[in-house]
Design a protein around this ligand. Structure first.
Ligand SMILES: [Zn+2]
Length: 385
C-alpha cells in the first residue's frame, strides 16, 4: 500500500515504510529535492504514520489508519508530536523581540491550514528570509520536555539551508545530542548551502523529480487545469508540481499560440517581412523575459513534435497532442528540414535573452533564421520536383 497523499516516489515510499516496519527509524533525515517533488509531503506522511495508533500494515507496507485520534490530529497538522519550522520574515527596523508579530503568526496559521489540505502547497511566508536562532532555541526547549502524547516526535525543518549561521550552529548541537523518540527531518533544494557537519549527521535521501505523467495527473486531480493544458505545462515543470502551478498562471496555452503564430508568419510567402515585424511586436508587448523564454521553449517543443512525426510517422508520441493535425501537415511540408539547426537557433535565443538583448530583437532574428533554414528545404524540394 502507498501513502495516499504522495504523488509517485514509489521507491522512497517503500524505503521509508521499511524503516518504520523494521523499527530502524533514523534520528535525522535529509530529504534533498524540490519541495514540489514531494519533500515536505513525504516528511508529513512519515510523521503521520509513526504517530498513528493503529497503522494498517502488510509485510512490506505501513500506512496510517486515518481514523484514530492521532490521525485526526495529524491530518489537520494539529498533532503535538509534529512540528514544522520554516523561515520567518526579517525583523522590522527597531524590532527587538524574537517572537514573530501577530500578522506573521496569522499568515503562518493560514499556510499550515493550506498545507494540511494539500501537502504539495508551499509553506512559504511572504518576505521570509531566515530560520532564526530563537526558533531553534524554542525547539530545543520543547524537545527537552517529555512528549505530551505517545508516538514519535517529528520535527520538519523546511528549506533547512535558510537557517542563519547562529541558528545552524545551535541546531548542530541538537543533532549531536540525539533523542531516542525524536526524528528531525530537514528538507532542502540546496544541500550544498547547509553546514557540512549538519549534512554528515543526517541520513540523506534524494527525492527525484516527478514524472511528467504524474504532474499531469496531479494538476488534473486538483482541478487546476484540463488535461490538454497540463500536457503542455508538465514538460516545463522540471519534475516539480510547484513549478507547474507557477506556469499555470502564465497561461501557457496563449503563449503557445503566440509561438505557433510567429512560426506561421515567418514561413509566409513573399510579404512576410511586415507581417513578421507586426507579429514580433505583438508577441513582445507587455511580456516579461521569462514569458519570452517560455514562448521560445514552447516553439522548440512544437518543432520537436513535428520532427518526431517526420521521423517516426503520424502515430508518433508527441507533447502537443491537441495540435496533432497541424503538426502532421507541418511535418509533411518540412520533414526534410534541418530541425537540429533550428532547435540550436532557439537555444541561442535563450542565451541572448539571458544577456538582456531586447525581447523583440531576439524574436525577430530567431524567426528570420528559422525561416532561412526552412526556406532552404523548400528550395531543395522544388529542385527535386
Ligand atoms: Zn491512525
Amino acid at each position: 500500500m502507498k501513502w495516499n497523499t504522495i504523488i509517485g516516489q514509489d521507491r522512497l515510499q517503500r524505503m521509508l515504510q521499511r524503516c518504520i516496519l523494521d523499527n530502524r527509524i533514523p534520528q535525522a533525515l535529509l530529504l534533498n529535492g524540490f519541495e514540489g517533488s514531494g519533500t515536505v509531503a513525504l516528511a508529513l506522511a512519515f510523521a503521520r504514520t509513526v504517530n498513528c495508533e493503529q497503522p494498517i500494515t502488510t509485510a512490506e507496507t505501513i500506512v496510517p489508519c486515518e481514523q484514530c485520534h492521532a490521525c485526526k490530529q495529524s491530518i489537520s497538522l494539529q498533532h503535538p508530536n509534529i512540528r514544522l519550522i520554516t523561515a520567518l520574515p526579517a525583523k522590522k527596523k527597531g524590532e527587538t523581540q524574537d517572537v514573530p508579530k501577530d500578522d506573521v503568526i496569522m499568515e503562518l496559521q493560514g499556510a499550515i491550514h493550506s498545507l494540511a489540505l494539500d501537502p504539495y502547497t508551499s509553506l512559504r511566508l511572504a518576505n521570509a528570509t531566515s530560520i532564526r536562532i530563537a526558533q531553534i532555541r524554542e525547539l530545543k526547549r520543547t524537545l527537552s520536555l517529555s512528549a505530551a502524547q505517545s508516538g514519535r516526535r517529528v520535527v520538519i525543518i523546511l528549506h533547512a539551508e535558510e537557517m542563519n549561521v547562529e541558528a545552524a550552529n545551535s541546531f548542530l548541537k541538537t543533532l549531536e545530542e540525539p533523542n531516542n523518540d525524536v526524528t528531525i527531518i530537514l528538507t532542502t533544494e540546496r544541500p550544498e548551502s547547509l553546514l557540512q557537519t549538519i549534512v554528515s549527521r543526517c541520513q540523506e535521501l534524494i527525492v527525484p523529480p516527478l514524472d511528467d505523467s504524474d504532474i499531469v495527473q496531479a494538476l488534473v486531480d486538483r482541478g487546476l487545469c484540463d488535461r490538454d493544458e497540463a500536457l503542455i505545462i508538465a514538460p516545463f515543470a522540471q519534475g516539480s508540481l510547484h513549478k507547474a502551478v507557477d506556469y499555470l498562471s502564465d497561461d501557457m496555452r496563449a503563449l503557445r499560440e503566440t509561438a505557433v503564430d510567429l512560426l506561421r508568419t515567418a514561413l509566409k510567402g513573399k510579404d512576410y517581412r511586415n507581417a513578421l515585424t507586426d507579429a514580433v511586436q505583438e508577441a513582445s508587448e507587455s511580456r516579461s523575459k521569462s514569458q519570452a523564454d517560455a514562448i521560445l521553449s514552447l516553439l522548440a517543443l512544437w518543432l520537436r513534435d513535428a520532427y518526431v512525426i517526420a521521423r517516426a510517422g503520424d502515430g508518433a508520441p508527441i507533447v502537443n497532442i491537441d495540435h496533432r493535425a497541424a503538426l502532421e501537415r507541418f511535418a509533411a511540408a518540412f520533414g526534410g528540414a534541418d530541425f537540429p539547426a533550428v532547435l540550436q537557433t532557439i537555444e541561442h535565443a535563450h542565451r541572448d535573452l539571458a544577456r538582456n538583448v531586447s525581447i523583440s530583437l531576439v524574436l525577430l532574428t530567431t524567426m528570420l533564421e528559422i525561416r532561412r533554414v526552412f526556406a532552404a528545404t523548400r528550395l531543395k524540394d522544388k529542385a527535386t520536383e
